[in-house]
Design a protein around this ligand. Sequence first.
Ligand code: FE
Ligand code: FE
Ligand code: ZN
Length: 294
Amino acid sequence: MNKILLGSHVSYKSPKYLIESVNESISYGSNCFMIYTGPPQNTIRKEIDENNVKQAYELMKANNIDSNNVVVHAPYIINLASPKKETYQLAKDFLVQEIKRTSQLGFKYLVLHPGSKLDSSLEEGLNKIIDGINNAISKTSNMNVIICLETMAGKGSEVGRSFEEIKLIIDGVINKNRIGICLDTCHVWESGVDVSNSDNVLDIFDKTIGLDYLKVIHLNDSKNDLGASKDRHENIGYGKIGFDSIIDWVYNKRISHIPKILETPYFENQNGDYVPPYKQEIEIIRNKKWWEFK
Ligand code: FE
Ligand code: FE
Ligand code: ZN
């Protein structure tokens, strides 16, 4: 049997936070998962309760979820490429806080969008991102959290729209042990790279950046055509990437050790409620057989 590491984005919310995240993951049949430690669009964060964390770890252990495969996603408000002074300072400070929180939770990977440069030049954007990351790493030098830069779709003025741009950021990071990459299949596709054959993409990735830097995969289908740069995720098998290509990624042995996280949209069921697709998506991927679930 092929062991696959597959899970989804889950909520992290009151009253039991991480315990609820783990329970939600278990309900989908996941063996890895991803959380935001608070609302992605603001900086309000609740103090982490050690007791909750301890109980959550016991629950993970009993259900075959290795904490090394749990991912934290930094909030979107962190924009290290911003030419606006206050936005940049907030991003720098908040990144340090997010690394501390990830470390406090005992997790290894923090996914970060490189940022949007707005009307500044690419070079300015890249330099700001590099400085912000180096600052955060040096201020958390006793922690081993790896900042995983996410490959972006290229919407608006997003930096990190190609493997080359991501590579330029990594080149500037001093402590290379603390930097990695999160490859989002929808984003890569919409940035103009055909993801239908995972080996081809991994070869390009390896040549451009080095496969060792790849730490997390965001597994999403896309609503749009190759190169659309719009960033619209779609449910597995309902989009332009398609089920067979998604299966090709999940079962590629070169990346079998890497957690694959679904960030596909909730859908409306017969009662008019918006429900998560993850249980069904994990089932069709594990069975390698697609069926219409929404
Ligand atoms: Fe993301
Ligand atoms: Fe993503
Ligand atoms: Zn996206």
